[in-house]
Design a protein around this ligand. Structure first.
Ligand SMILES: [Zn+2]
Length: 363
């Protein structure tokens, strides 16, 4: 027994050593590339320098990427006409810029997971797919867009181009879980009109704040669920509340901005809001922004999740037979001072994407 064990280890050790070396080199190079990408500040509206960097980065792997002009800004696109598989994500970040640092296998800084780390992981996956002969370089396309964090203008321009692919992978930090559904978003501004007067005399005026607070207190009845989407109940947040002029004056006006995360069609929430306001004569609302919930593609064997955040995935739905939303990193640290990505989640992300891609393209 002893002899045979020794024999096996003699064979296995060089093989393990080889894979460890290859893996270590790859992950070191990926983390260096993510840091270099993050060094370039690219807060929404200021993406041109990072777009130029990404074009040369793709060229270093033999990909001939180009710029798509977006009102003086620049998406980076490659192989849209020939690709079966499209990798897509966004090159803008939220403010403020936070310079990258690497410690104990974790990269911290702005864009670490949202979404520069995700983009480099996608490109590393593409390189792996071609090295392993699973796809040819021309089978793989890239679309890295501007403005995802604000008005999705880059994705809207991308959607106008004439192309179609078999599968699109939209990269966001989903902890490598496949998000098969995405909550919608509805932003409402409520406005209440009051009449100013001395607060010692209730009959001398009418407080807009009192009426608006009473409406906001009942918002719970405006949210519901839809089994078709299977995302639980819609959520709401009263993010901004303003009104009144002084403590001793009936407030002449008040406004509140409410953001709903939709687990159902927006019309369901809007109709409940209309019903709520039927008996509230001085309060009205306007729709500031609206995105309906989306259903995305799934893949047997991969763990799934619900994306509570908005993304560019909806703009790929008309371009791809199947649109997937997945990437390393955790959205819960994105947009914060603690934004980070672990090298472990990057390696795991590459493996899961390869499983996803080979499963889908084989069918
Ligand atoms: Zn993002």
């Amino acid at each position: 027994m002893k002899d045979s064990n020794t024999d096996v280890s003699k064979v296995l050790t060089p093989v393990l050593w080889f894979f460890q070396e290859v893996f270590c080199c790859e992950i070191v190079s990926i983390s260096d590339d993510i840091m270099a990408f993050m060094e370039i500040e690219s807060i929404s509206g200021n993406e041109n320098e990072v777009a130029a960097w990404l074009v040369s980065y793709l060229a270093s792997f033999g990909y001939d990427a180009e710029h798509q002009s977006v009102e003086g800004r620049s998406n980076v696109i490659c192989n849209l006409k020939s690709a079966k598989l499209l990798f897509c994500s966004h090159i803008d970040t939220v403010p403020p810029f936070i310079a990258p640092t690497l410690k104990d296998g974790v990269i911290h800084g702005r864009g670490a997971c949202d979404a520069k780390g995700v983009i480099i992981t996608q490109i590393a996956t593409a390189v792996r797919l071609t090295q392993q002969g699973l796809l040819s370089p021309s089978d793989i396309g890239f679309a890295y867009v501007v403005g995802e964090e604000t008005d999705h203008i880059g994705a809207k321009y991308l959607e106008q181009l004439d192309f179609s692919v078999q599968m699109a992978i939209v990269g966001e930090p989903t902890r490598n879980l496949l998000c098969t559904r995405g909550m919608g978003l509805l932003k409402l501004e409520f406005t209440t009109a009051g009449i100013a007067g001395h607060s010692a005399f209730p009959e001398s005026g009418r407080s807009a704040v009192h009426e608006l607070v009473s409406v906001l207190d009942q918002l719970e009845i405006t949210v519901g669920s839809n089994p078709e989407f299977d995302m639980g109940t819609s959520l709401y947040n009263i993010g901004v509340l303003t009104g009144g002029t002084a403590a001793n004056v009936h407030a002449p006006s008040a406004t509140a901005t409410v953001l709903y995360r939709l687990a159902e069609a927006s019309s369901a929430v809007i109709s409940r809001v209309d019903t709520l306001l039927e008996d509230v004569p001085h309060t009205s609302y306007s729709i500031i922004s609206l995105f309906e919930p989306i259903v995305l593609a799934s893949c047997d064997g991969l763990e799934t999740d619900i994306a509570r955040f908005n993304s560019d995935a909806r703009y790929l739905l008309s371009k791809a037979e199947s649109t997937f939303l997945i990437g390393p990193g955790d959205i819960r640290v994105a947009h914060s001072e603690q934004e980070h990505i672990t090298l472990e989640s990057i390696s795991d992300g590459i493996e899961r994407m390869i499983t996803l891609i080979t499963t889908i393209l084989k069918n």
